[in-house]
Design a protein around this ligand. Structure first.
Ligand SMILES: [Zn+2]
Length: 276
């Protein structure tokens, strides 16, 4: 069953998690219902892609209202395809919420165990990873394109949480809307790096199509890295939604040849006071 369920035309909710964990907001935006024009039509949430800043702010306000999560409670990152994670506290709220310049530099993932913070990351094909350890109230998200994936950002998160006293078997992960293997064709250079992350007996997450052309399943590669990090198979949910195949719903960096908008992944606990 698809874990990401359309709640309205602008937003997919991570249904089983939000049903299981009261106060949790977790999901992924769609590209409909915004104010941006042209290549960014219409719910572009990325400041760094060449869209009008005022339109992006309006779009973010719309999502903030939809989620009932104030924009000045959001945090956002520069996202440099690296594997640096940042633990967020309430003191950080608002950083990266209304401009790219003031977002967390050199950061590709967040985690927190505090309420009233919305962790957001921008996507258009790269793999959004959502993490939760409900017993410790820890939540997190990471941006895994091919670089972050082969750099093992998924493993980095499990390690970081280990330092917080969280065991891999206490962690649940959801692999969100991103480019599917049919749409994601890469060359030898990337496959060599993928090979370095694999062990001998594993199912290959790629297929040779023709000379120097491979179809790569980044979601499956992340799943394998999570399994090796100790996360139980039954704790991992994987989407079937492709950003490139689903023209109506998502921006796709590959399909749209680089000039396109961004969706955001969101995960956060609502403040208990606001829930009462
Ligand atoms: Zn596809």
């Amino acid at each position: 069953m698809e874990p990401f369920v359309l709640l309205n035309h602008s937003y997919f909710t991570l249904e089983s998690w939000t049903k299981s964990f009261p106060g949790l907001i977790a999901g992924f935006t769609a590209k409909r219902g915004g104010t941006s024009k042209g290549s960014f039509e219409s719910l572009n949430l990325g400041f760094h892609v060449g869209d009008e800043v005022s339109a992006v702010r309006l779009n973010r306000e719309k999502v903030s209202e939809l989620l009932d999560f104030p924009l000045n409670y959001w945090v956002g990152a520069e996202q440099t395809h690296d594997i640096v994670l940042k633990k967020i506290t309430k003191a950080d709220r608002g950083i990266g919420s209304d401009s790219y310049e003031h977002s967390f530099k050199g950061t590709d993932g967040f985690y927190t165990n505090e309420e009233g913070i919305l962790l957001t990351l921008c996507f258009a094909d790269c793999v959004p990873l959502f993490f939760i350890a409900p017993e410790k109230k820890m939540i997190g998200s990471a941006h895994a394109g091919w670089k972050g994936t082969v750099g093992k950002i998924a493993y980095e998160m499990i390690q970081a949480w280990g330092r917080e006293g969280i065991k891999p078997e206490q962690i649940f992960v959801a692999i969100g809307p991103s480019i599917c293997e049919k749409c994601y064709i890469v060359d030898d250079r990337i496959i060599n790096l993928v090979e370095n992350t694999l062990e001998d007996n594993e199912i290959l997450p790629y297929n040779l199509i023709k000379d120097d052309q491979y179809s790569l399943d980044l979601r499956e590669l992340n799943r394998q890295i999570l399994l090796k990090s100790g996360v139980p198979d039954q704790n991992i949910l994987t989407t079937g939604l492709c950003s490139s195949c689903n023209h109506e719903e998502f921006f796709s960096h590959r399909r749209d040849q680089g000039k396109t908008g961004r969706m955001v992944s969101v995960i956060g606990w609502k403040e208990t006071a606001n829930r009462l």
